[in-house]
Design a protein around this ligand. Structure first.
Ligand code: FAD
Length: 338
C-alpha cells in the first residue's frame, strides 16, 4: 500500500459519511454533455455522502437542466461563461478550485479523459494535494482515509492507494464506473462562483475526426484492426463494412495507427483508449500487453489471427485461426445476411 500523505484528523465514521461530499466535474462541448464524464457521478455515489455536479461553458444552463435528471446527483452547479468553452485548464482549474473552496467538498472527481487528465493535476497543485489517477475501484472509506484501486504497469499490477488528504483529487476510469441512469433524478440547480481568471493560453483551432459510428470509448461493440491488415487501403476496405454489419465502433492497435492505417483517435491500449464493450472483435492484432491494457475488460473478446500462437488467443473467448483477408469479408457477408 502506498500512503500518500500525513493523516489529517477527521471525524468518526458515521459523522464522516455525513460530511463526505463529492464534486463531480463534468465535461461538455458546445452545450452537449459528455455522457462518459458521468462516471464521476457513479464514483461519487460509491463513495457515499452527497454528490454535486459541476459544469461550465457558454449556455450551459441547458446542460445543468439535463444533469439535474441524472440519478445520484443532489445538486448541480454551473458557470455560464464562454471562457470555459474549450476546457482550457489554465482558467478552468482556478474556476474549479474557487467552487471547491466555496462548497468545501472532500472528494473532487472527474473522468480520466483528455479533459480530466489536463485539468486535475492543476487542481491538485492549486490545492496542494496529491492526485489519485485512473482509479478502477473504491475499496473503503474510514474515519481517516479513502482506499482506492488503480492499475499500474499497463494493468499488469494493481495498486492499492490510501489517501488521508482532506481534499482528495481523483480521476476515474470510465469503464470501471458505468454512467448512472440519466432520468429520474431531481437535483437542485445553482450558479457557481466565477473568478474570471485571465487565461494566458489562447484557443486557436481544433481538428476533430468526425464519424457517424458509435463512439469508441462507450460503444457496445468494437471491431479493431492491427498491423496484419498491411495497409490503410486494406484497413479501409475491410474494417468499416465489418463495423457497419455489427453496428460497432472501429478501433486499432498502435502499430496500425503508427503505420498510418487508422486515425490516432482510434488507438486502443495503454497509450490509447480504454474500452470495455460487450464484444471486442479484432483482426490482425497480436495481443501485446500494451494493447490488452486497453481492452481486456471487454465482455467477449473474439480474435482473427493467422498465427495460432498469437498471445491474443490467451485472452480471447472466441478465436479464429486464419487469413483475415479471407475471414473478415466472409464474416461481414454472413453478418449482413442475418
Ligand atoms: P503486430 O504485433 O505486428 O501483430 C500483427 C498480427 O497480425 C500478428 O499476430 C500476425 O500473426 C497477424 N497477422 C498478420 N497477417 C495476418 C493475416 N493475413 N491474417 C490474420 N492475421 C495476420 N499498442 C497498442 O495497440 N496500444 C497501445 O496503447 C500501445 N501503447 C504502447 C505503449 C508503450 C510504452 C509501448 C512500448 C508500446 C505500446 N504499444 C501499444 C505497442 C505494442 O507493444 C505493440 O507493438 C502493438 O500493439 C502491436 O500491434 P499489432 O498487434 O497490430 O501488430
Amino acid at each position: 500500500q502506498l500512503r500518500l500523505s500525513q493523516p489529517t484528523a477527521l471525524p468518526q465514521y458515521s459523522a464522516l459519511r455525513r460530511l463526505l461530499s463529492t464534486l463531480a466535474v463534468l465535461d461538455q462541448r458546445d452545450g452537449k454533455l459528455n455522457i462518459a464524464s458521468l462516471a464521476a457521478v457513479t464514483a461519487g455515489t460509491k463513495l457515499g455522502g452527497s454528490v454535486t455536479a459541476f459544469v461550465a461553458g457558454s449556455g450551459v444552463k441547458s446542460v445543468a437542466d439535463e444533469v439535474a435528471k441524472v440519478k445520484g446527483v443532489e445538486k448541480i452547479i454551473y458557470v455560464d461563461n464562454d471562457a470555459y468553452d474549450k476546457g482550457l485548464p489554465e482558467n478552468y482549474a482556478p474556476l474549479v478550485v474557487e467552487n471547491i473552496k466555496k462548497g468545501g467538498y472532500t472528494h473532487i472527481v472527474t473522468g480520466h479523459s483528455a479533459f480530466g487528465k489536463n485539468l486535475m493535476p492543476r487542481v491538485a497543485a492549486l490545492l496542494d494535494t496529491q492526485q489519485i489517477s485512473d482509479i478502477t475501484g473504491i475499496e473503503s472509506e474510514d474515519s481517516k482515509s479513502t482506499t482506492f484501486i488503480r492499475p499500474i504497469y499497463a494493468g499488469n499490477a494493481i495498486l492499492t492507494v490510501q489517501s488521508s488528504d482532506s481534499t482528495k483529487v481523483i480521476t476515474v476510469r470510465g469503464t470501471a464506473f458505468p454512467a448512472p441512469e440519466t432520468e429520474g433524478g431531481s437535483a437542485s440547480i445553482a450558479e457557481g462562483v466565477d473568478p474570471k481568471v485571465e487565461c494566458p493560453t489562447e484557443w486557436v483551432s481544433e481538428d476533430l475526426a468526425k464519424s457517424d459510428r458509435p463512439d469508441l470509448g462507450s460503444a457496445d461493440k468494437v471491431v479493431s484492426g492491427g498491423r496484419g491488415l498491411k495497409s490503410k487501403e486494406e484497413f479501409d476496405r475491410l474494417m468499416p463494412p465489418l463495423a457497419d454489419a455489427l453496428g460497432a465502433a472501429i478501433g486499432a492497435s498502435r502499430a496500425a495507427v503508427d503505420s498510418g492505417f487508422a486515425d490516432n483517435s482510434l488507438q486502443v491500449g495503454q497509450t490509447g483508449k480504454n474500452v470495455a464493450p460487450q464484444l471486442y472483435l479484432c483482426a490482425g492484432i497480436s495481443g501485446a500487453i500494451q494493447h490488452l491494457a486497453g481492452m481486456k475488460d471487454s465482455k467477449v473478446i473474439a480474435a482473427i489471427n493467422k498465427d495460432p500462437e498469437a498471445p491474443i488467443f490467451q485472452v480471447a473467448d472466441v478465436g479464429l485461426v486464419g487469413d483475415l483477408f479471407e475471414k473478415v469479408p466472409e464474416l461481414t457477408e454472413k453478418l449482413k445476411t442475418q
